[in-house]
Ligand binder design. Structure first.
Ligand code: XMP
Length: 329
């Protein structure tokens, strides 16, 4: 792709001109496509004066930390520090049920950790980092500042969409946003030129607050997160095996804070209910629920009930957006 090859070379030139040889740059990797492609591009321009951090907030999917760290290190050779902050996040979330409150707490913790990371880096390299890399895309730019008459609204007013984007203002970091003029499909092409694995480039979007908005209510109660991870993994793996992953915008499981009566052998059970949700969408602003065939659903429900202890009922969410949102919180 010639156009993206040009974009790449141009961006590298711009970044090299922007960051002086003695300056350092930091980047928070979320595990998503945008921050990964942005960091890989910047790394190509300035090498190991880029310092990335990936935070495990205890709200990641099944084996997510291992999987993304392996892509960052083995495939992309990015200089990345992995911080396991799960205890810290989960202790702050204990007893919190309100969705917006959960988002706020997660955002705040993230900023604390990122701050510490920047300070430790200053100790290590003897210089305060001066730049921050962000994977902002063109639609994000328009959305946070919709051109008059564009008919676009702020989705932010519906849910406080916290991305790793919301970072300390008093850090006075200059921004490097190499994807600012690109759309998602262009970012994928760029990623492909930068050797980001195809499988990674096609990953479904995942919300910043992670599984916290998919366990309704208090995320620390019982083993909700563990159950959700197992159910989600079975669902996603089944979707991949059926060759449906790329036809779906987002698919995931939701954990409900209720128990229902079931029967297993001749035993009555009182166990958890989970919901499967899969949607198609152009941009997440509106969405249609995805139609699975009968056999797929039968198989997936059987797999979940046979393999995940503590689940005796599986429902499917067949509500579009609107009136529902994509996430349940
Ligand atoms: P909703 O639930 O608002 O979701 O219909 C639309 C898209 O946004 C994602 N989403 C989030 N992403 N932080 C994020 O980074 C959030 O708090 C958040 N809430 C929703 C959602 O996964 C879907 O792709």
């Amino acid at each position: 792709d010639w156009k993206m090859q040009d974009v790449l070379e141009e961006e590298i030139k711009v970044i090299k001109g922007m960051v002086r040889p003695d300056e350092h740059v930091i980047c928070a990797l979320s595990g998503g496509v945008d921050s990964t492609v942005a960091a890989t591009l910047v790394h190509k321009a300035i090498g190991d004066r880029l310092h990335c951090v990936f935070v495990d907030n205890g709200l990641l999917r099944y084996k997510e930390r291992e999987r993304v760290m392996s892509t960052f290190q083995s495939d992309l050779h990015l200089p990345v520090t992995c911080i396991d902050a799960s205890e810290q996040f989960l202790s702050k979330l204990k007893g919190v049920k309100d969705p917006e409150m959960k988002r706020k707490i997660i955002g705040r913790e993230f900023i604390c950790i990122f701050d510490d990371f920047a300070q430790e880096l200053e100790q290590k390299v003897g210089k305060r980092p001066t730049f921050l890399v962000q994977g902002t895309l063109y639609p994000d730019v328009i959305e946070s500042c919709p051109p008059p008459g564009s008919g676009m609204t702020h989705s932010h007013t519906i849910k406080s969409h916290h991305n790793v984007g919301g970072l300390p203002k008093d850090m006075k970091l200059k921004l490097i946003e190499p994807l600012k003029f690109l759309f998602k499909d262009e970012v994928r092409k760029l990623g492909s030129i930068l050797n980001v694995p195809e499988l990674f480039l096609r990953r479904h979007p995942f919300p910043g607050p992670g599984l916290a908005v998919r366990v309704l209510g208090d995320v620390t109660e019982g083993n909700a997160l563990e159950i959700l991870r197992q159910v989600d993994e079975i669902f996603i793996q089944s979707i991949r095996d059926a060759g449906l992953y790329d036809s779906i915008w987002q698919a995931f499981a939701v954990f409900l804070p209720v128990q229902s009566v079931g029967v297993q052998g001749d035993q009555r059970t009182h166990s958890h209910v989970v919901v499967l949700r899969a949607i198609t969408s152009e941009d997440g602003m509106t969405a249609d629920w995805y139609y699975f065939d009968h056999k797929f659903l039968v198989d997936v429900v059987r797999k979940i009930c046979n393999n995940v202890r503590g689940v005796n009922r599986v429902c499917q969410d067949i509500t579009s957006k609107p009136p529902a949102t994509v996430e349940w919180e």
